[in-house]
Design a protein. Structure first.
Length: 563
């Protein structure tokens, strides 16, 4: 499917903010369709002037105020007639972060048949009533789709595939006001479209104009959910069939495209229970939570069972079932709770065994920086918290965190030091390498995981190496980075053993050397060694590897940039 995007802005009386919004969008060089939903004279005049000054702006006007949904549908049809395949909708009031436009387009290019929905990450500017009122709609959307596929159905920052969206508009009578955003995405999911969720910052500017009418729009939204629930009932057999089979038949997604499940309220409840009732009581809450996600998370469940089957084959044990998958998911939930406990000061160094601590101390005494390659096995976060508490070293965690912003925000609220040495990246480019080189030269440590390919797939490179009996893609980036930094490389794992933790720390290479003529062969050899060590630790603690997606996929579509 081709990918030819444009931008779409519905507007009603936001004449004071539209120019600033357009100015931030112009650098992307995309046509900007602005649909004026019958604005007053001042906004209409501002839009007319803007359209004359900016060649990229395509202005159209509805004679009367017909609602946001009507404006968006009008714009989608215009864009499709002009030959575009996708339209990225963004609000005119400055709430949305235009810096995220490339991320939406990148995700749309990777999944052109999907609708890419923004999942808001709010700051303190959002009114409390608006934040928690959204959970009413979230609940009904979960009921209407029998899934958590839609991260947030109300966010107006989203990328529409025009063919599917306009076909729906032509065939179904959709709401025309604030209830449009939810209705169209639910019906697109009913039609089998994939929903890609992308975390994005949303603010409420001081003195901003809101077109949301509390009484009128809430009544319309309630009516919409009634209609959707009634329309869902005849589709129930199909939705149940998809739900029961989604772990086997769902399209295989890159890990970075999988939405962070749950929400701010759920995390707040766990956070509050831990504060008030302590770790022991909160652990009991994990059982119903894990049971819920086991039943509703078909893709994660299927990935868990696939991994556990490979472990069972290596250990000559019977094939696992849902019971073993429950244990696997529960271990992940326990690990998340351990992270929270670590940053709330719950790290007890007496519960941590570090057999090779002398090697670690020698590294610190040398004053040299190093790269520590970990994985999604065990709980490296707990070790980082311990290191900061004891002031043993400056530890920088290089992480891809777009897909887990809610959980990271919860950890940041637990301890102000959480983000001090947290380096968030989308890819390991030259600027990142220069910044990390400076840290290593100062004797600091860099922790990076080696068992995930980067979310910025274009231009990324992997090697296919044997892991648990089948070729799997491992990213070359961490080793290429280590070669550029010219420093020692260690492997680093932290496994839970009952109520204790054991840190595994071992030298991987004094230096990563990649001669030009042998570069690919050397990378293949290094990554195979890393995969072998990861496999050995997975066999030691099989329920503590937390990559809940199709790790072994190796089709061309899933590995853009591979040579």
């Amino acid at each position: 499917m081709s990918f030819k995007p444009c931008l779409l802005i519905p507007i009603y009386n936001h004449g004071e903010t539209i120019r600033a919004t357009v100015d931030r969008l112009l650098p992307y060089g995309l046509p900007i369709y602005i649909v004026d939903d019958g604005s007053a004279a001042a906004t209409a005049a501002a839009l007319h002037t803007l359209a004359q000054e900016q060649a990229l702006v395509r202005l159209s006007r509805l004679d009367t105020n017909s609602g946001k949904g009507a404006a968006v549908m009008h714009g989608l049809r215009l864009a499709q007639r002009a030959g575009f395949t996708h339209a990225l909708q963004i609000d005119a009031d400055g709430q949305h972060d235009t810096a995220d436009v490339p991320r939406f387009l990148e995700r749309g290019a990777a999944f052109p048949e999907a609708i890419v929905c923004g999942t808001p990450v709010y700051d303190d500017s959002i009114p409390k009533g608006r934040r928690y009122g959204r959970y009413v709609t979230h609940f009904w959307v979960w009921v209407e789709t029998l899934s958590l596929a839609i991260g947030d159905s109300m966010c107006g920052f989203r990328l529409y595939p025009l063919a599917a969206s306009c076909a729906l508009i032509d065939e179904v009578r959709l709401p025309r006001r604030m209830d449009f955003d939810t209705a169209i995405v639910v019906r697109l999911v009913w039609r089998g479209l994939r929903c890609e969720n992308l975390a994005t910052r949303v603010v409420y500017p001081p003195g901003g104009l809101s077109n949301f009418k509390l009484w009128r729009d809430n009544v319309q939204i309630s009516k919409m959910h009634c209609r959707l629930v009634l329309a869902m009932l005849p589709r129930l057999p199909l939705l149940l069939w998809r739900k029961l089979g989604d772990g086997r038949a769902a399209p295989r997604a890159h890990w970075s495209s999988l939405a962070e499940r749950g929400g701010d309220l759920g995390l707040a409840i766990v956070f509050g229970c831990y504060r008030l009732l302590g770790e022991r009581v909160t652990q009991w809450l994990l059982y119903p939570i894990v049971a819920y996600f086991l039943l509703t998370g078909g893709q994660a469940r299927a990935a868990s069972l696939d991994y556990l089957r490979r472990i069972a084959a290596r250990q000559a044990k019977p094939a696992p079932g849902w019971k073993e998958s429950f244990k696997h998911l529960h271990a992940f939930a326990q690990s998340s709770l351990d992270k929270l406990a670590a940053w709330l000061g719950g790290v007890d160094s007496g519960r941590v065994d570090f057999p090779n601590r002398a090697e670690f101390d020698r590294l610190l005494d040398s004053g040299r920086g190093a790269v520590l390659i970990g994985s999604h096995l065990g709980n490296l976060e707990r070790t980082r918290a311990l290191a900061i508490d004891e002031s043993r070293a400056v530890v920088n965690a290089v992480v891809y965190t777009d897909h887990a912003q809610r959980f990271n925000q919860t950890l940041a609220r637990a301890n102000a030091n959480f983000g001090v040495n947290l380096i968030q990246v989308s890819q390991l480019g030259p600027q990142t390498a220069i910044m990390l080189k400076d840290k290593v030269d100062r004797g600091e440590l860099l922790v990076i995981v080696g068992d995930r390919t980067p979310p910025a797939q274009v231009g990324s490179r992997v090697c296919m190496v044997d892991f648990l009996g089948r070729p799997a893609p491992f990213a070359q980036g961490p080793l290429i980075l280590a070669s550029l930094l010219d420093c020692p490389v260690y492997l680093f794992f932290c496994l839970r053993e009952g109520e204790r933790y054991r840190i595994h720390f071992e030298l991987f290479a004094e230096r990563i050397v990649l001669p030009r003529r042998e570069r690919e062969a050397r990378l293949q050899s290094y990554l195979q060694r890393y995969a072998q060590r990861l496999e050995a630790h997975c066999l030691m603690a099989p329920y503590q590897w937390f990559n809940f997606y199709d790790f072994w996929r190796n089709d061309a579509a899933s590995q853009p940039g591979k040579e």
